[in-house]
Design a protein around this ligand. Structure first.
Ligand SMILES: Cc1ncc(COP(=O)(O)O)c(C=O)c1O
Length: 287
């Protein structure tokens, strides 16, 4: 059985899953998205992702196309039709289709909704975590509303490509003062020389990662000291450990920053423990 996508009210074969040429997402990146990890066919951290989705929609003034409950039904059905046990769901909502004009279309224009689901080999992902990954650093040249999870991801895509061309997995974006903001598609963390877990506070121009938020709670419950304080690239290189978080990576140890080894160049105990705690909690609380 082939993959199935949900597009504006229909479940269609992946190869025929298309949106209109005058879709506002295609023309203006005028839309928002979410990405959920799926465990045992259920959505991880669903409440957090839905809450952020509603906030993103509200910030750019797209009216929700359906209730949260209806959206959950569509996402679960997409998971079911794709026979996903462990994997991910991608959800995109745009301002819909209208004759091309920068200003908003008529308020009756229905938003466009797309949902896809895929399987992920979490054993391979665990093997990647056990090896650790490298990151490069590059200037953060994004717009000033990175708290909105918009589909306008060109700076992120360029940064990620630069990382891949440098043989690294992720790009850490760096502000004008030399502090890491976040990754191209992940939040950034270190365990500093004092053993304190550090990640940037969300007053900064970053995405309020749901994995980040859950992990802060889990780390504190596990007795790890957490400080919502930014770190420089030099601090990251001198850190005991580093890692990234996202629904797509869970907790993924970083062992190289711009080619410099972090700690002993192997994933550290804090990162690996937090990965296990996160995955266990996500499996237990998925709905
Ligand atoms: C720029 C950016 N930062 C952080 C994250 C991590 O967010 P979450 O943990 O909600 O997946 C993402 C995820 O897509 C992202 O694109």
């Amino acid at each position: 059985m082939g993959r199935i996508a949900y597009v504006n009210g229909r479940y269609v074969p992946h190869g025929q899953a298309v949106v209109h040429v005058e879709g506002r997402g295609f023309q203006f990146a005028d839309g928002v998205y979410e990405y959920f990890a799926v465990f045992d066919g259920k959505l991880a951290d669903a409440a957090g992702h839905l809450e952020r989705l509603w906030r993103s929609l509200s910030e750019i003034r797209i009216r929700p196309p359906m209730t949260e409950a209806a959206l959950m039904i569509v996402m679960r059905e997409t998971v079911r039709r794709n026979r996903v046990r462990d994997g991910a769901v991608y959800l995109q909502i745009t301002r819909g289709t209208a004759a091309r004009d920068h200003a908003f279309p008529h308020p009756d224009t229905p938003p466009s909704v797309v949902v896809t689901a895929k399987s992920v080999d979490f054993r391979a992902e665990q093997a990647k975590a056990d090896r650790g990954v490298g990151v490069i650093t590059t200037p953060d040249n994004r717009w000033g509303r990175c708290d909105i999870k918009t589909v306008g991801l060109l700076p992120n895509a360029l940064a990620k490509q630069a990382a891949r061309e440098a043989g690294a997995y992720e790009a850490w974006l760096v502000d004008d003062l030399g502090f890491v903001t976040e990754g191209a598609s992940t939040n950034a963390w270190i365990v500093d020389a004092d053993g304190t877990l550090r990640t940037r506070d969300t007053n900064a121009n970053i995405l309020r990662g749901i994995t980040r938020k859950t992990l802060i709670d889990l780390a504190e419950e596990a007795g790890v000291k957490v400080a919502l304080r930014p770190f420089t690239v030099e601090e990251a290189k001198a850190a005991k450990e580093a890692f990234i978080t996202a629904a797509s990576t869970l907790v993924l140890p970083v062992v190289r920053v711009d080619g410099a080894q972090v700690g002993d160049g192997k994933p550290g105990p804090v990162g690996l423990r937090l990965r296990a705690l996160y995955e266990q909690n996500a499996r237990e609380t998925a709905v």
